[in-house]
Design a protein around this ligand. Structure first.
Ligand code: CTP
Ligand code: CA
Length: 227
């Protein structure tokens, strides 16, 4: 075991974690992106390895060293992340969507670099990306545990409850963002909402501690189901 004190309570389990933030290309040099660093997803992958799981980490634009012992699948866009996650989910006992997935992508990709012109630029038209977490909720294997993350700026818990139900997830890790909270910081605080009505508060601490709290809740749900 990588960490002596950790119980191997995910031994024999395959878990999939998505991390980072997707980038939606406008042209060969530009993209629409977001501020997700991948730290929380990496902490989830590391702690799952320490608990004995086989780990697939689908990493979207993460500038961090690969976590030891995890299989890392690098991706760029939401479309690529979707393909990699759904592929890995086919054998997974649990899927944790920690990645910040772009809700929209540019409707048209320009094969050559968009040039500056004298006139004002055209508006960028966007189209919706598929909701991967919702797809996982709809197509889950029997017994598979699905976990989402949600960053909310206001009405954190009501928005979280609605989101959990809409996406048919088992667990939703909700944290408040804005004013330098969460993004790129090594620590995090959250409330984990369960489809069974449970509410688990995780006090501000290392992203590893939040990751372990998530795996505790996942293990409890896997334990209710035969492997
Ligand atoms: N998610 C996803 N696919 C998307 C958008 C989000 O799988 N196209 C996942 C995220 O990885 C996260 C969860 O859904 O685990 C919640 O993401 P969030 O952005 O909070 O939810 P949205 O449904 O996109 O709602 P909104 O952005 O409007 O709050
Ligand atoms: Ca979103």
């Amino acid at each position: 075991l990588a960490r002596g004190a950790t119980a191997p309570d995910l031994a024999g389990r395959h878990v999939v974690v998505s991390a980072g933030g997707t980038r939606e290309a406008l042209d060969p040099v530009r993209f629409l992106g977001n501020r997700s660093s991948g730290l929380q997803g990496h902490a989830l992958a590391r702690t799952a390895v320490a608990r004995g799981a086989r780990v697939t980490l689908v990493a979207a634009n993460v500038a961090l060293p690969d976590p030891a012992g995890a299989e890392v699948v690098p991706v760029g866009s939401a479309t690529e992340l979707r393909a990699a996650v759904l592929d890995a989910a086919a054998t997974a006992d649990a899927v944790v969507m920690a990645a910040a997935v772009a809700d929209f992508r540019p409707a048209d990709y320009r094969e050559s670099k968009i040039k500056k012109v004298d006139a004002e630029p055209e508006p960028i038209r966007l189209v919706k990306n598929p909701d991967i977490l919702a797809e996982l909720g709809e197509t889950r294997r029997p017994g598979q545990v699905i976990v989402g993350f949600a960053a909310e700026t206001h009405d954190v818990l009501p928005n979280g409850r609605a989101k959990l139900a809409r996406k048919r997830s088992d667990l939703l890790v909700v944290n408040q963002v804005g004013d330098g909270l969460a993004f790129g910081r090594p620590d995090n605080a959250a409330v984990v909402l369960g489809a069974d009505g449970s509410e688990t508060e995780v006090p501000r601490g290392a992203k590893e501690a939040l990751a372990d709290a998530v795996w505790d809740l996942v293990v409890a749900r896997l334990g209710r189901r035969p492997p």
